[in-house]
Design a protein around this ligand. Structure first.
Ligand SMILES: [Zn+2]
Length: 99
């Protein structure tokens, strides 16, 4: 059982407008699917994505992109774990002053 489908998309870039903001999306002429540029950034380079969000209906994609934008706002409140320990630089080159 193979879950890998040999799908060779023929991406076409389309520009749509969402809330007065122009966004480039990908449309595959082979499967007639629209791809979300946030989930599937590879499509802009003509790549074959492993996974992502695809829509048959452009209106569905618009709703999906709007959700991304809301998601970005929410993410701002999330704080990344700070890992600054490795960034600590030892001032080895500094001359030690002997007292
Ligand atoms: Zn998406």
């Amino acid at each position: 059982m193979s879950s890998t489908t040999r799908w060779i998309p023929n991406w076409k870039l389309l520009t749509i407008e969402i809330e007065n903001k122009k966004i480039e999306i990908c449309f595959d002429e082979v499967s007639k699917l629209y791809a979300c540029p946030y989930c599937v950034p590879q499509c802009k380079k003509g790549g074959i994505p492993d996974y992502g969000s695809y829509f048959f209906n452009i209106e569905d994609l618009k709703e999906h992109i709007k959700a991304h934008r809301l998601g970005l706002w929410l993410k701002k409140e999330e704080r990344e774990e700070e890992e600054e320990e490795e960034e600590r630089i030892r001032a080895e080159e500094e001359e030690e002053e002997e007292e």
